[in-house]
Design a protein around this ligand. Sequence first.
Ligand code: CAA
Length: 252
Amino acid sequence: MNIQTEVKNKIATITIDRPKALNALNLEVLTELKSELSKLKNISVVIFTGGGEKAFVAGADIAAMSAMKPEEAKKFSEFGQSVIQFIEEAPFISIAAVNGFALGGGLELALACDLIYASTSAKFGLPETNLGIIPGFGGTVNLIPRAGYARAMEMILTGRMISAEEAKTFGIALELFQPADLIPKVNEIAEKLSKKGKQSLLCAKYLVKANAFSEKEAAIKAERDGFARLFDSGEPKEGMTAFLEKREPQFK
Ligand code: CAA
């Protein structure tokens, strides 16, 4: 199992627990995550965090993507987007407790959550262009309402990693806590939320979301199509092979 679920009162904590690969999301992890989420009943708040010392989630699994053909890339993006959408539309409040690297698909998972809190040592980024690809789990759509157009464009084009402090300044992380305090503090927030009426919380969540996003479905589909098309270009193969071989990519 790559996903650990702990339920206490009306709060579930989901840990993506594949520390050897910095909790990277492959099909197996995504499938387990969706299945665990589908099992939750009578839950008001779900906290997402990462297993091990270093990472929340370091992205979609590069080894799994490196040999994909466009059709497979499209299916992979579509499945990842479906997990993100499941979290976004779920009848609970979702909180990302970002305890380390939240990169690529990992940041996209955090962005799917209603609230994002982080440890002072967390690092954020959408480094896909370093690999010859683009964010494929909603990042081109979901970063903009939080960080704004200019920062979203900068983060996606440069692929640079930002500190927790910057993530707070950009509006991605709401508050930062010392690493040891992150989970206790997020639990306190979750407990307060779980004592509120669930219907009013959900009504508010869906209204805020509806007002923050327009034309979301078309934008998400366009992201998936772009992600898949790139796999015809040769850039993903060079970018991801270079990562796996621990060398700089040589894009033509
Ligand atoms: N996929 C697969 N494996 C990964 C991974 C990923 N996203 N991130 C890290 N790993 C693996 C590494 O390959 C390494 O495995 P080995 O021990 O077998 O070599 C292990 O996790 C530990 O990683 P590092 O040795 O690289 O650890 P580090 O501390 O030196 O660096 C890091 C940490 C900066 C996060 C670095 O691992 C890194 O840059 N990872 C890739 C981040 C990334 O590019 N994420 C985006 C993926 S693409 C994506 O997510 C697309 C999408 O939207 C759908």
